[in-house]
Design a binder for this molecule. Structure first.
Ligand SMILES: Cc1cc2nc3c(=O)[nH]c(=O)nc-3n(C[C@H](O)[C@H](O)[C@H](O)COP(=O)(O)OP(=O)(O)OC[C@H]3O[C@@H](n4cnc5c(N)ncnc54)[C@H](O)[C@@H]3O)c2cc1C
Length: 309
C-alpha cells in the first residue's frame, strides 16, 4: 500500500525523543525516502479515488490514503471538517526539566508523583538525557489569564514562583533549578464524531487533543496508529471501508478519555484541599486505591493489538 504522507510525527517533547528516533530509524529501514523534513501541508482531499496531501507553496503528493497526524492545530482536520475553535479551560500549564543532581534526595526516586492543591497541581517524573538524570515536571494552575496554546512559549521564574506561592520548597526547587521554563494555556476543542472522509483520516492530537490530566495524549496516539494499521491491513483493497472501521474502533474511546481527562481538573484542584481536616477526607475519598483504580483501569487494560476492529 502506498501512503501519501504522514504529516508530522507521532511524538513530541524532549523525553520522547528517544522513542521518536527508534520509530524514525525503523521507517527509514523499510523505505529510505519515506521521510521529508521541512515540508508543510495545508490540507488533504480525495480526487478521482486518490488521496492527495496539499503542500504549502503549491503542489500535492498522491497516494492510497492520507493520514493527518499534524497535531492540535491540524490543517488536515481543518480541510476535512472546517475550523475547530479552541476554548480556554481556565488553567495554565508550566513545564520544566531540573537536573536531579541539583535536587534533594527525595526527588531522586524512580517514581512519578502528583502533588495536589486547592487551585493547582504538579506532576513529576524522572527522565534521562545522554545518561544524565532529570526530573521532568508539569504544573497546572487555575488562572483567569489567557495564555497562548503554544507549548514552546518561555515562562519567567518570577511568575512561576508567584503562581506557586506558599507551596512546599520541594516544588519551588523544581522551578528554581529548571533549565528552561515553558508556560502555555490549556485549551479544549469539541470532540469530533468522525475522523475520516473518503481516503483521508486523522491520528492523535489532530483528532482528539486533550488536557494532560490523565497523561494519555501519546498513549491514545499510539493506539490510534496501531489500530489504523490493523484496519488498513484487514482491507487493503477497500480503503474507505478500512477508515470506517478505524473510526468505529477508536472515536468513542478517545472521546471518553478526552472528557475524563478534563473532568480530572475538578479532582486535582479542590477547595477541600485548603484545610488539613477536609483535605484528609478528600484524599481518602478521591485517592483511595479503589477510586484510583476506577478512574484508570479501563484506560490501561485496553489492548490495541487485540481490540475488535
Ligand atoms: C508538556 C507536555 C507533557 C505531556 N505529557 C504527556 C504524557 O506524559 N503522556 C501522554 O500520553 N501525553 C502527554 N502529552 C501529550 C502529547 O505530547 C500529545 O498528545 C502527543 O504529542 C500527540 O502526538 P501527535 O503526533 O498527534 O501530535 P504532535 O506531537 O503535536 O506532532 C504533530 C507534528 O506535526 C507537525 N506539523 C504540524 N503542522 C504541520 C503541517 N501543517 N504540516 C506538516 N507537519 C505539521 C508538527 O511539527 C509536529 O511534529 C504531553 C504534552 C505536553 C505539551
Amino acid at each position: 500500500m502506498e501512503i501519501a504522507a504522514l504529516s508530522g510525527s507521532v511524538f513530541s517533547g524532549r523525553q520522547q525523543a528517544e522513542l521518536q528516533r527508534v520509530l524514525y530509524e525503523n521507517v527509514i529501514r523499510l523505505k529510505s525516502d519515506a521521510v521529508h523534513f521541512g515540508v508543510r501541508s495545508i490540507g488533504a482531499e480525495t480526487v478521482n479515488g486518490r488521496a492527495r496531501l496539499l503542500l504549502d507553496g503549491g503542489g500535492a503528493v498522491e497516494g492510497d490514503v492520507v493520514v493527518g497526524c499534524d497535531g492540535a492545530h491540524s490543517r488536515v482536520r481543518q480541510s476535512l471538517f472546517g475550523p475547530a475553535p479552541a476554548r480556554y479551560t481556565g488553567a495554565n500549564a508550566w513545564r520544566g526539566l531540573a537536573p536531579m543532581s541539583k535536587l534533594k534526595p527525595q526527588h531522586r526516586q524512580p517514581l512519578a508523583s502528583t502533588w495536589i492543591g486547592p487551585t493547582a497541581h504538579v506532576t513529576t517524573y524522572p527522565v534521562q538525557r545522554n545518561g544524565e538524570q532529570f526530573v521532568s515536571f508539569s504544573a497546572q494552575v487555575d488562572s483567569p489569564d489567557w495564555q497562548t496554546e503554544s507549548w514552546s512559549e518561555r515562562g519567567e521564574l518570577s511568575d512561576a514562583l508567584k503562581d506557586f506561592d506558599g507551596w512546599h520548597q520541594d516544588i519551588l526547587d523544581l522551578f528554581i533549578e529548571s533549565e528552561n521554563l515553558f508556560r502555555w494555556g490549556l485549551f479544549v476543542r469539541d470532540p469530533l464524531d468522525t475522523w475520516s472522509k473518503d481516503r483521508v483520516t486523522l491520528v492523535g492530537d489532530a483528532c482528539h487533543s486533550m488536557t494532560p490530566y490523565l497523561g494519555m495524549g501519546v498513549n491514545m496516539t499510539i493506539e490510534d496508529a496501531y489500530v489504523l494499521a490493523r484496519c488498513l491491513e484487514a482491507s487493503p483493497d477497500d480503503i474507505e471501508a478500512a477508515l470506517k472501521r478505524y473510526d468505529a474502533a477508536r472515536v468513542e474511546r478517545t472521546n471518553k478519555t478526552k472528557a475524563s481527562s478534563l473532568a480530572m481538573l475538578g479532582i486535582f484542584h479542590s477547595p477541600e484541599l485548603e484545610k488539613i481536616d477536609t483535605a484528609r477526607q478528600y484524599i481518602q475519598k478521591e485517592w483511595s486505591p479503589d477510586a484510583v483504580r476506577e478512574r484508570y483501569e479501563w484506560l490501561i487494560t485496553y489492548d490495541a493489538t487485540t481490540v475488535e476492529i
